[in-house]
Design a protein around this ligand. Structure first.
Ligand SMILES: Cc1cc2nc3c(=O)[nH]c(=O)nc-3n(C[C@H](O)[C@H](O)[C@H](O)COP(=O)(O)OP(=O)(O)OC[C@H]3O[C@@H](n4cnc5c(N)ncnc54)[C@H](O)[C@@H]3O)c2cc1C
Length: 519
């Protein structure tokens, strides 16, 4: 029987990145995924004849350019669109445009413009420091080894270099909520809500939730990496998966798609391989999982193979998502009131105020639908006409908040939710309904089924401070190691968390190679 140095579970972007870096280092690697296409949440599907939709992730804003270069992703077909401006749509038509650190729009005053530049500059300084921590394994605070001590030293130095004011502010801000920080800085409700949206995107938190400055800085790491705004992937998000797959194969990675891992095999005290849905049993020195931590421990390794305390941590790990998606195939370009035809290709957001967002979150805590949603909209077929038939368009929107679980169950409720979203959308884009050729609403439970992500969670587990950095995903399984010898984690559930960044995958490969376990 072939024995691999490493079997990687999951051909999402992190799994493929780990595979490629290990293979580049001369290791014999197999990557396995239950889905028939590579890319995981970086995926594209057809929702009507000729209409291609990025059906999970829609924006790239944090991808590490170093990975793109190391894995020659452009040579393998990756093409990113132009950085987008954000247009925060206001009900009165006085839309706000956010372009890098600049604001424009009829309703914005000079004091907000100045304050926004200062705010962004400070947040970027914090994000640059955070990036140091994101580009390496998160150091342990107790039982730290030499590597951990060096990282801590470098972070300490970075903090010192930021200056006294930034240092004090960072300590104060990082644990509090974005709601208070926005009110400290700005007057314009739409601006506050636009920034708050970046803080809560992909979380199950509202602007008033603690840690939402931390999640905003997580997002700002994209800017620290040199990405000015969000961008789309030309050809649809699945093209990112395609480029990573092609690169992995070039580096010698063996790939098996359409075959799920059904069991991680533990023999005596260590993990020795996996069993696939086909019944094949495969051996490896290391099993590296990019499936989320709950799937990895609860479903694949099984609680009987880990200590009771560790099983409890897995159970307590928070995975519920509040993010849904709306997909529309349209017979023509919709018209958002007050937005020029060219600007329809930018990022359009509907987030009237932070209070409206917080009000929208409340019902989902009680497993009910809200009637007040926040939208993050892309019409990618403007920049990339290959995504729809000539003259026609696709629209995708990240929608907050959509509960993972409903008191009544989801049976028959998706239609009600779709109707509610269209009513809200029509306020800003009158007549959009008349253009609809096909539509789809996806709720967190759908992503659990389609993409194998527990809770449908953007980050494979809430990115709150108690589940982040040196505590990610939970004590006993940090620094990419599993709680059993021979098992490693490399997906969004490990440090530094989710979004299409690739750092979890790269860091995991580096850590495994550094440990020398693959000989
Ligand atoms: C609705 C939604 C919208 C999002 N939008 C954005 C966005 O616009 N921009 C952004 O940057 N991020 C976005 N994200 C987050 C981002 O997509 C994820 O954080 C990221 O893709 C995670 O990558 P990954 O490789 O770690 O895991 P995944 O992409 O989840 O890949 C894991 C892979 O493991 C496979 N797998 C699971 N179990 C098994 C098994 N038993 N056997 C074999 N294979 C298995 C899965 O099939 C999957 O392919 C979004 C997430 C969601 C849920």
């Amino acid at each position: 029987m072939t024995k691999y140095d490493a079997i990687v579970i999951g051909a999402g972007h992190n799994g493929l990145i780990t595979s490629s870096y290990l293979a580049k280092a001369g290791k014999k690697v197999l990557v396995v995924d239950g889905r028939t296409h590579a890319g995981g949440c970086a995926s594209t599907k057809v929702i009507a004849n000729g209409f291609h939709i990025s059906d999970c992730a829609q924006w790239v804003h944090q991808l590490d350019g170093a990975i793109v270069k190391d894995l020659s992703l452009e040579m393998h077909g990756l093409r990113l669109g132009k950085s987008k401006r954000t247009l925060a749509l206001q009900a009165n038509g006085d839309h706000l445009t956010i372009d890098g650190d600049s604001l424009s729009g009829a309703g914005i005053n000079a004091s907000d413009k100045k304050a926004y530049k200062e705010f962004k500059s400070q947040m970027r300084a914090f994000a640059k420091l955070m990036l140091k921590l994101y580009r390496t394994r998160a150091p342990k605070l107790v039982e730290s080894d030499r590597g951990d001590k060096m990282t801590l030293l470098s972070l300490g130095l970075g903090l010192k270099m930021m200056g006294r004011k930034n240092r004090q502010d960072m300590m104060r801000l990082v644990l509090i909520n974005i709601y208070d920080v926005m009110n400290e800085h700005f007057d314009h409700d739409g601006l506050k809500a636009a920034v708050a949206l970046d803080a809560i995107t992909g979380t199950n938190m509202g602007p008033r939730s603690p840690n939402t400055v931390f999640t905003y800085i997580h997002r700002m790491v994209g800017e620290a990496l040199g990405n000015r705004g969000v961008a789309q992937v030309m050809g649809g998000m699945g093209s990112l998966g395609g480029a990573l797959l092609s690169s992995a194969k070039t580096h010698g990675v063996e790939v098996r798609l359409g075959e799920a891992v059904t069991r991680i095999i533990k023999t005596d005290d260590r993990v020795t391989g996996v069993e696939l849905s086909s019944g094949d049993v495969l051996e490896a020195t290391a099993v590296v999982s990019s499936a989320d931590p709950t799937t990895t421990y609860r479903d694949l390794l099984g609680y009987r193979n880990i200590e009771a305390g560790q099983a409890r941590r897995v159970e307590q790990y928070r995975t519920r998502s509040g993010t849904g998606k709306l997909h529309l195939a349209l017979s023509g370009l919709p018209s958002f009131t007050g937005v020029s035809p060219e600007d329809h290709s930018q990022r359009l957001i509907i987030a009237p105020s932070m209070d409206a967002m917080e009000t929208g979150l409340n019902p989902i805590k009680y497993k009910e639908l809200t009637s007040q949603h926040v939208f993050d909209i892309s019409i990618p077929s403007i920049e990339d006409p290959t995504l729809a038939p000539a003259g026609q368009h696709v629209l995708t929107a990240l929608v907050h908040y959509v509960p993972y679980e409903l008191k009544t169950g989801w049976e028959g409720v998706r239609e009600q939710l779709l109707e509610s979203l269209l009513v809200q959308l029509e306020v800003y884009a009158p007549g959009i309904r008349t253009l609809i050729v096909a539509s789809e609403i996806l709720v967190p439970e759908d992503f659990e089924v389609s993409h194998g992500v527990t809770g449908g969670n953007w980050h494979h587990g809430e990115l709150s401070i108690d589940q982040a950095l040196m505590m990610r995903p939970f004590p006993g399984s940090t620094q990419y190691t599993g709680s059993v010898e021979g098992l490693y984690l490399c997906g969004a559930g490990s440090h530094p968390g989710g979004s299409l960044m690739g750092l979890a995958g790269k860091n995991a490969a580096e850590e495994i190679l550094k440990q020398g376990v693959l000989s």
